[in-house]
Design a protein around this ligand. Structure first.
Ligand SMILES: [Zn+2]
Length: 331
């Protein structure tokens, strides 16, 4: 099955809430469940509510978190206030009837995004970033450096690897998220807990935005390769690896290329210097085209992957240069 690539083309912003609008919505996943007895709603109100739901909820859910429910159940209330939480929407029939289509959408948007502390849209030179912050205590300096790193690195990665990458990205900072960061679609989720402890680790943005540029889709290649490339790119194009004390670990005989991330990235630096400059960019193209196989290594270098690793492990020395913002030095 070919999954449709979501293309975010425009953004609707209102009342502090911004939801990315994609052209090819896969609306079938989303459902509005009306109460069994919805006689309180006349046909026109029912249509208005359903339309509002499909206009705003899928984009909200995608921006909000993976765990956001895809079904929204409506319960009628007597209060004029609208509440939306955990897949439930409480709203009065009178509110639905009285509000215009636009106003109803805005009111439901506001209720849905109540736990968003802020949602800002920043645009620069054809690139856009919607920054949704769900942490009241985020350090504004950290928020700013995530934004700055996006505008600094993302255009470079797109130009270098994949000009077809979307130029509209959503960053979400979440207190409930336990990892470091993850990318999917055009959205990157950041753990605010992690960034409180590691405020200088801004090249997480480089690694994660590379995943957007990669856009390999499912089963294009092994995960270690995707992650190895993202860390190789962080090494090569990152803006401040010294500032975050991020280094590639020295080689040892217990390592293997499938260790992924930095171990694989160091192997890739070695391959680029000793075997074939441009190899990683070539692999990236093959992966995106779903043409990567084990044989690709032989085609590109004349050796299979195990033979390349063997050669690396025999003589793993490689000169490494890291980007250092304090010194204005690029790796
Ligand atoms: Zn990754």
């Amino acid at each position: 099955m070919i999954r449709k690539k979501l293309l975010f083309l425009a953004l609707l912003c209102s009342m502090g809430a911004c939801f990315a609008q994609d052209k090819e919505k896969d609306l079938k996943e989303y459902h509005l469940n009306l109460p069994a007895d919805s006689s309180a709603l006349d046909a026109k109100s029912k249509e208005k509510l359903t339309k509002a739901f499909y206009n705003i909820y899928p984009d909200f859910a995608r921006a909000n978190s993976y765990h956001t429910k895809k079904h929204l159940s409506v319960a009628f209330s007597d209060s004029p206030a609208i509440t939306a939480e955990d897949g439930k929407l409480e709203i009065s029939a009178a509110v639905i009837k009285d509000l215009s289509e636009k106003k109803l959408e805005k009111a439901i948007e506001a209720a849905l995004s109540k736990n968003w502390v802020s949602a800002d849209t920043i645009r620069k030179k054809g690139f856009q970033l919607v920054f949704i912050n769900k942490n009241q205590h985020i350090d504004p300096a950290v928020q700013q450096s995530l934004i700055d790193t996006y505008f600094e690195i993302f255009p470079v990665l797109i130009k270098t690897f994949n000009k077809k990458t979307t130029k509209s990205v959503v960053f979400v900072t979440d207190t409930a998220y336990g990892g470091v960061a993850e990318a999917s679609g055009n959205r990157i989720l950041f753990s605010t807990k992690y960034f409180k402890a590691h405020p200088t680790d801004i090249d997480v943005v480089t690694h994660e935005t590379m995943h957007l540029v990669q856009g390999y889709g499912y089963s294009a290649g092994p995960v270690w390769l995707t992650e190895g490339i993202a860390d190789y790119v962080r090494y090569k194009y990152g803006v401040d690896n010294v500032g975050s004390k991020w280094y590639l670990p020295a080689f040892n005989s217990k390592q293997h290329y499938t260790n992924s991330y930095r171990v694989t990235a160091r192997f890739f630096v070695w391959l680029e210097k000793n075997v074939k400059p441009g190899l990683i960019a070539d692999l990236d193209v093959l992966l995106r085209a779903h043409q990567y196989t084990d044989q690709s290594w032989v085609t590109l270098t004349g050796k299979n992957l195990d033979a390349l690793w063997e050669a690396y492990s025999q003589n793993p020395a490689v000169e490494l240069t890291y980007s250092d913002k304090a010194k204005g030095k690029k790796g």
